[in-house]
Structure formats: C-alpha cells, structure tokens
Design a protein around this ligand. Structure first.
Ligand SMILES: Cc1ncc(C[n+]2csc(CCOP(=O)(O)OP(=O)(O)O)c2C)c(N)n1
Ligand code: SF4
Length: 261
C-alpha cells in the first residue's frame, strides 16, 4: 500500500526548532547564535524577505533550521554568494553565516573585500576558536597556548601569531554606514540586539554589517560544562572584547537598548 506523506504546514515564525531538533553537539554555541538570529528575524517581521546562507563547517548543520530561503556554499564562500544574491535582488535581506575558519582563513579575502566595498549584507561569524567540523585544528582565532589537533603543545604566538581580531579589522577597513559588533553566547539578549541592529542596518541600506559571536565547542575543546563556560567567559572574553565597534551615525539608539543581559 502506498504511504501517504502529510505535508507540514508552513511555520508561522521562522524559528523552526520545534519541528526540527538541532543537530549540534550538547553544549555547542551554534544553536544559541542561531536562536538569537531567529528571534531577531521574528521581531523584525522580515521572514519572507530573508535569504540565509551557511558555510562549510558545523554552521552548515543549520541549512534547514529556518523556514526561510537558504543556500549552502563551499568553505569560505558564503560572503560572496550572499553578495551576489543581494546585488541581484536588493529587496532581499541576506545573512551570511560562517565559522572562524571559513571567515578568517579560507574566506578572509571575501570578508575583507565585501567589507571594503561596503556591500549591504549581514555577515555573522561564529568564533569557537577552532576548526570544529574537521576535528579541532587550529583556527586564526585559537587562543595563545590553546591545545588543538595541529598545535598539540599549545598555540605558540611566536610561531603561529596571535588570535585574529576580526571585528577590529572589519571596523578599521569599512566606511560610513557599516555596523560592526562582537557578542557572546553567554549574553544572548545582547547578542540578539547586535544581530537585530545588523539586520536593521541592511534594511536601511546603509552598508556592510558584521557581528562576530563568541561561541563554544566542548567536543573539540574536550571540556565539561563548567570548563566550557570558563573558557568562554574568562579566556575568550578576556582576549576578544565584547561590544559594538562601529555604529552608523544615523542609526537610532544602541544595539543593546533594552536588551542588556
Ligand atoms: C575548500 C574546502 N577546504 C577545506 C574543507 C574542509 N573543511 C570542512 S569544514 C572545515 C573547517 C570548518 O571550521 P570553521 O569554519 O571554523 O567552522 P566550525 O566547524 O568551527 O563551525 C574544513 C577545513 C572543505 N570542506 N572545503
Ligand atoms: S563539533 Fe563543536 S562546533 Fe561542531 S556541533 Fe559539535 S560542539 Fe558544535
């Protein structure tokens, strides 16, 4: 007998976790960053206009999280693909979601050039200090002394340099109209405020919008819950300052207005 497939009704909100349990490891920060993004999209009521793009890396596990149009790209190529979507249809609100390996290593030229061109897109980069999907190799953001698969004795800053300060770099090379911030999954409402402001900046057509989110990867860090949170709040937040780095002069209010943790 033929099996009848019952089509699920279109979700009224873009936050789709109720019908699709996420696929990240327990304690992973990706789900928190995406929750903040989903809430920001909901609050702005822009679900029908959003195109979500995700990179190779654990970020790709989010390709079907949201009830929005989506595209999944080669490693590091999410930024230029979403720039193309935006240029082809400027009415769309495009979001490029990537890891620190995708954004700061293999895709760094795309990030730099999109930022320099002030492309009207929103890029969200999940900084978990590691290449997670491939098993925990050193990323540009790995902490000084951090043990990874490729730095088993710890990152030696004399050999491998210091962790990349991405938002600081983007803030330095962008022009008026750009929005740049660094949030953390340990202050989720503030992070959501930054993401919302980055989306509003694109809606207003001002310029490039970039949010780095400090995140967790207990699987590759090989940490328990307590150690995971301590690494995030003490080590990472000690090195990577959280806050807004660039806000357009004509943007109304603070990103975290009413959103502080
Ligand atoms: C062009 C290309 N180079 C390398 C790879 C192998 N690869 C897959 S995921 C990944 C690392 C992803 O790390 P990151 O971008 O930091 O994302 P995370 O998994 O940490 O979220 C690499 C190197 C690939 N898929 N494609
Ligand atoms: S490997 Fe790390 S980044 Fe990837 S899903 Fe697991 S905890 Fe998250």
């Amino acid at each position: 007998m033929a099996v009848e497939i019952e089509l699920q009704p279109k979700m009224p909100k873009c936050w789709n976790l109720a019908s699709k349990p996420h696929k990240f490891c327990p304690g992973c920060g990706h789900g928190l960053v995406l929750k903040a993004l989903g809430q920001a999209i909901d609050e702005l009521g822009i679900q029908d206009r959003v195109v979500f793009g995700c990179d190779i890396g654990c970020s790709l596990l989010s390709w079907d999280f949201f009830d929005v149009d989506s595209v999944q790209t080669h490693h590091g190529r999410t930024t230029p693909v979403l720039v193309g979507v935006k240029r082809a249809n400027p009415d769309l609100i495009v979001v490029a979601y990537m890891g620190d390996g995708g954004g700061y290593a293999i895709g760094s030229q795309h990030l730099v050039n999109a930022a320099n061109r002030n492309d009207r897109i929103t890029a969200i980069l999940c900084n978990n200090t590691i290449y997670a999907m491939t098993g925990g190799q050193m990323a540009p953001t790995s902490m000084p002394g951090q043990k990874t698969e490729t730095t088993p004795y710890g990152r030696d800053v004399n050999e491998q340099g210091y962790p990349m300060l991405g938002p600081e770099m983007v803030a330095a090379i962008t022009h008026e109209g750009a929005y740049v911030a660094r949030g953390t999954v340990s202050k989720l409402r503030t992070l959501k405020g930054y993401i919302k402001k980055a989306l509003e900046n694109q809606i207003a057509g001002r310029g490039f919008s970039f949010v780095e989110a400090l995140s967790t990867c207990p699987t590759n860090w090989r940490t328990n819950a307590q150690q995971t949170w301590a690494f995030l709040e003490e080590n990472m937040q000690g090195y990577f300052p959280v806050g807004e780095l660039k806000v357009p002069a004509d943007a109304a209010g603070g990103a975290s207005e009413g959103e502080e943790e």
